[in-house]
Design a protein around this ligand. Sequence first.
Ligand code: GDP
Ligand code: MG
Length: 439
Amino acid sequence: LADRLQNTIKKITGKGKVSEQDVKEMTREVRLALLEADVNFKVVKDFIKRVKERAIGQEVMESLTPGQQVIKVVKEELTNLMGGEQSKIAVADRPPTVIMMVGLQGAGKTTTTGKLANLLRKKYNRNPLLVAADVYRPAAINQLQTLGKQLSMPVFSLGTDANPVDIANQAIEQAKADHNDYVIIDTAGRLHVDEALMGELKQIKADVKPNEVFLVVDAMTGQDAVNVAESFNEQLDITGVVLTKLDGDTRGGAALSIKAVTDKPIKFAGMGEKLDELEAFHPERMASRILGMGDVLSLIEKAQENVDEKRAKELEEKMRTASFTFDDFLEQMGQVRNMGPIEDLIGMLPGANKMKGLKNVQLDEKQISHVEAIIQSMTKKERQDPSLMNASRKKRIAKGSGRSVTEVNRLLKQFDEMKKMMKQMSNMQGGKKGKKGKG
Ligand code: GDP
Ligand code: MG
């Protein structure tokens, strides 16, 4: 999406107080950005209405960090706009389940056919047959056969002379005979949407009656992807979308528009060329990406707005060497209060959703106070070295803080997890050494 949106977000994030005027300005930018991204007018209108209602409501205005809250609302609504996570694949009443892959040339159909087969086997213990129905380029058939070899999976082909409809039908017969429970048909693409191609695909669809028609689109093609999705959906009534090349540096605005325009779920995301690089599509991660939040740099920047420069460096060093203590934790806690909900902060880390134990580090204001009380009941030594902790110390701390031993234990566990996470974080930053300052 537009840089303008990024700027507006930057502006509003740091605000300690947000007026209705601020919210109006912000939503105006969001609206323009969405319209520029060719998102359907009505969708944008509804979206903005929802954001406004929530942003001007109590939820935001009465929070400690209204600027952050507005962004959170926008992010949540963006997530909703892209739909929930929907990586389910249809199962036919009587096997084989037939999946037809469609899309423009170069979108990643053949690769995704292999990836999907791999996923079906790995995750669902299925036994797919791959079908080479792109008869226009001999290389396309070879490509699928190579993938089949890599996966040790059968590939059905009748060469380049056969009709794709016949190929598909015969492949299904073969799958029945060989007990393949899934048939994935890799079809031909063109450089542009054209009638001949659509005619052929429609014919295959009408004849074979696939359980799924997956449109494969290249996320890097931005707005073109949206138009392509619209035409394919009109002509073929697709059942889902696979967005490829999300490992590239696209912001992924296409995802938003595609869902809005076709109203079909984005089911999977291609994250690389390798056969195991297909993931369920996560609308929430995509929303972060669209808002430009999945960026460690901005996280550090944000921390620096609240922590003084020198102290930030020290903390960073501590994170790096994992010599972070409960005293540091206590200090961070205070910073976190200034920065907004900790989930938001953690959500900004790339791959944060993948981190185990994330649930356990979600804290709200009340919990933060409890945690502070517990840490304040520890001795200096205990704060420096949590490994000293034993049953009697825990009991003493619980008593001193008015919390339960269970809570003390939970905090110790969280602290341990947080330390691990920091280590992961600093490893991630390792690649960007020396650039963590705001410059
Ligand atoms: P098709 O013409 O639609 O069948 O497209 P291909 O499957 O042949 O893919 C075209 C190119 O895109 C190939 O070089 C693939 O390796 C590459 N590709 C496909 N999916 C992805 C992806 O998710 N990430 C990256 N980086 N490359 C991909
Ligand atoms: Mg191909």
